[in-house]
Design a protein around this ligand. Sequence first.
Ligand code: ADP
Length: 499
Amino acid sequence: MMEGLSEKSRTVFFLSSEATPFAKTGGLADVAGSLPDALRRQGVDVRVGLPFYRVTRKGGFSTRPLYSDLEVPLGSELLKGHVIETHTKEGVPVYLFEREDLFDRPNLYATSEGDYYDNLERFAYFSRAALIFAKLIGIPFDVIHCHDWQTGLVPAYLKTIYLDDPFFAKTASLFTIHNLGYQGLFSKEKLAVCSLPPDVFHLEGVEYWGRISLLKAGVIYADALTTVSPAYAKEIQTPEFGFGMEGILKKRSANLYGILNGTDYSVWSPEKDPELPYPYDLSNLREKARNKKALLNELRLAEALENKPLFGMISRLSAQKGCDLLVKVMDELVHLGAGVVILGAGEQEYQSLLEKAAGNRPDRVAIRIGFNESLAHRIIAGADMLLMPSRYEPCGLTQMYALRYGTVPVVRATGGLDDTIVQFDPESKQGNGFKFSPHSPEALMEALKKALRIYREPATWEVLITNGMKEDFSWERSAQRYVDLYKTISLTPKSNFLQ
Ligand code: ADP
């Protein structure tokens, strides 16, 4: 028998390991930074929980201490921490979980040498602290909405150590998978460190090939699951995209929903983007060309590129993003007269490959390594096309930003890229970009050549740009789907979790 949640109660604790503008490494931050505001606009009483990183402390946000000496048991230790309050742009309360030794570090998860050695302790602390804090403030949230492996322990705690706690008797957990490629893996010896009972370590529990997976903890124990596009929700149930979890995801398919991410147009709109030297919209596209010229100057690329196609790529540098394909077509692209601008941060291997591929053409190819939000905006505005040759892409946000900026996406037809980009048809003049399917340089090159042919016909190109700029991927529709889910989510029967 399922226990349903009441219609009217919709208090939601939204737990994420990053959210703009407080801390960001990728798309999760964009989502966690804008979805809570959209939920609030739809009447949800939502509060956000985040770790208090150094970058957040130094960010100049208006904060106030809320709780000191929060006591969080973790393994055999009792860790004390503080909670600090701030707010989102539209007034959603944000609770920042502070513990200097865990979060006051140069980066969020890793250095260039690799992951922080104590990520399990860090995110177990955050997960447990959030539940203890909920009890302290006396809000038995209807839904605790968790995101990715960093918060995967929350659903597990609710179904183990808190299973019989009357305070959480009506609290459901929703776990959103933003990227199945990051499983949060740790040695099984650490089970006690995160305060999980030994009987959860088995194939239907948190075990993943002999190790603990915090992502799997979320997948197994959450009352419902979502992922960030309808296509990705299907893909992850197959061996090609399932990272070995396709079986359990298939089993949970009745409670697995694909909800496309939205775009925060208050941040990503060319007519009011403070990062652009020349704001523009559909009525003055000539200004887009001035942004291109300024970008070429900024990156010291040849002025002659002004009248040539300019490709941009803004991406984490990882195998997922298809950097290997770009490396293989770079020479040919340059040979065809195009320019390429890459902004990326991540794995050294891909950084070196890209730098090598660009090596001898500094007038045509610019590579900037590092995380640079401001430059990202100028590239999206200044480039003619945006490249996303991803191996897999749960949703992808950059292609949606590009559409709004009149920058044409060239993407691999996978996950959210396939859901949002429609191949342009020069006959009917329908479509908003270019897609290819096989993960091969030949397929990418073929798509690029199609794009270049249209680029050479300015009138048709303008139709294509216009189609993209008119698209609406704002949060409202997707936020409504989350609200519907918050209302209908059912608690998995307790008996499923009793051994
Ligand atoms: P993912 O979450 O897999 O990294 P998304 O396309 O969903 O990919 O989101 C990426 C977000 O991070 C976008 O907002 C993009 O502009 C931004 N981004 C990625 N790399 C960089 C970078 N090096 N500098 C600035 N912004 C970046």
